[in-house]
Design a protein around this ligand. Structure first.
Ligand code: ADP
Ligand code: MG
Length: 350
């Protein structure tokens, strides 16, 4: 799995900081009309006209948030952009610009950073965001990557976490849980590889799961899908930590309760098969596994007809009065309190 296709190693010292910035950013193009000045001055200059500006930032640390043993650098760059774009989409806003900051030790050659930037630039193209700045510095050990994303929306379109009403329907896009199982598969293959490097893994049966883990996509299409259906989400969040934890965020912020129905949770057939193989409960994975980057939102009950047959969306529950609490209603019709057991980077190693 650890590929060595590119043997050429140009030391970072050869280029120096400014040479490296020039090397990484020289072919970056500006597409957004709102980007007046991008890379090259002390700050970017942006024009959002009469729109509201939405900003989100993320910090990724090698060994904590990613493991380069099974995360190729190009995928890391792509995913780092996606994660931030997803946060903008979760405000029901349109992503427009990003900045990229990196700290790297001299163990990384220039070619490695090229790969990272190939992924970053690809994602920027796919999501139509301009790379308008960043910072480049050295680290004692490992890689640190921070991306900030900006987006725009009309004031009345912005969806906050705290807008859910106590009779609203709870809706999720796509399917969930796959990314977490993709990671489990990769971790298992890494162990096999460490025991016997000759062992070439056959990962066909897990291709969807692995893709969801290594190359997730943000639901940048949902804003327009909902606008087309004339639905304004009353609250919205993206699924980074896990369905259960995101539901709790929405419900707590909105001062409401929630019933989530186990039988409604959308999962991919590959997830079902792999959970059986690993002897893991599918619902546990679907509600606690993170990093799916699907959107979770609430809509008014009267919008039910507009959404019920749409293949992009699944109604998985409804909000309730706060006093009723937050529950999973199982297939056997028992009521279990939902717990937030999402991926918490700080508590995971406790
Ligand atoms: P400053 O000294 O003001 O921090 P820099 O020399 O770090 O400026 O950066 C020069 C220009 O290059 C700025 O526009 C900055 O935003 C941009 N830049 C620096 N590093 C990166 C990077 N890793 N990716 C994209 N743009 C970068
Ligand atoms: Mg700088």
């Amino acid at each position: 799995m650890i590929e060595d296709k590119n043997q050429q190693r140009t030391s970072l010292g050869n280029l120096g900081e400014f040479g490296l910035i020039e090397h990484l950013t020289k072919d970056i193009e500006i597409k957004q009309p709102g980007t007046l000045t991008g890379i090259g001055d002390d700050a970017a200059v942006l024009d959002f006209k009469d729109k509201k500006v939405v900003v989100s930032t993320d910090l990724l640390v090698e060994g904590v948030h990613f493991d380069l043993a099974y995360m190729p650098l190009k995928h890391l760059g792509y995913k780092a952009v996606v994660v931030n774009v997803s946060d903008i989409c979760a405000m029901n806003a349109k992503p427009t610009q990003i900045t990229v900051s990196i700290a790297v030790s001299n163990r990384f050659p220039v070619e490695a950073l090229d790969e990272l930037y190939d992924g970053i630039k690809l994602a920027a193209r796919v999501y139509g965001v301009d790379i308008v700045g960043g910072d480049t510095t050295s680290s004692q050990k490992g890689m640190i990557l921070s991306i900030t994303a900006l987006g725009e929306a009309n004031a009345e379109d912005v969806a906050y976490r705290n807008g859910a009403g106590d009779t609203d329907l709870l809706v999720v896009t796509g399917d969930i849980g796959a990314s977490y199982m993709g990671l489990k598969v990769l971790e298992r293959e890494k162990q096999v590889f460490e025991v016997n490097p000759q062992n070439q893994p056959d990962l066909d049966a897990y291709s969807y799961l692995i893709e969801r883990q290594l190359k997730p996509e943000a639901r940048a299409d949902v804003r327009e899908l909902l606008a087309g259906l004339e639905i304004k989400p009353t609250s919205m969040i993206d699924i980074s930590d896990g369905l259960s934890s995101e539901i709790i965020h929405l419900a707590k912020a909105s001062g409401v309760g929630c019933n989530l129905y186990e039988e409604k949770i959308p999962v991919d057939p590959q997830l079902i098969n792999t959970c059986e193989e690993f002897n893991i409960d599918i619902t546990t994975v679907a509600i606690n596994g993170g990093e799916d980057y699907e959107l979770l939102f609430t809509i008014k009950m009267e919008d039910f007809e507009k959404i019920k047959h749409n293949p992009n969306f699944t109604i998985i529950g409804h909000m309730t009065q706060e006093s009723e609490g937050i529950h999973l209603i199982t297939r056997a019709n028992t009521k279990i309190p939902l717990k937030s057991r999402g991926w918490n980077a700080l508590s995971e190693n406790e």
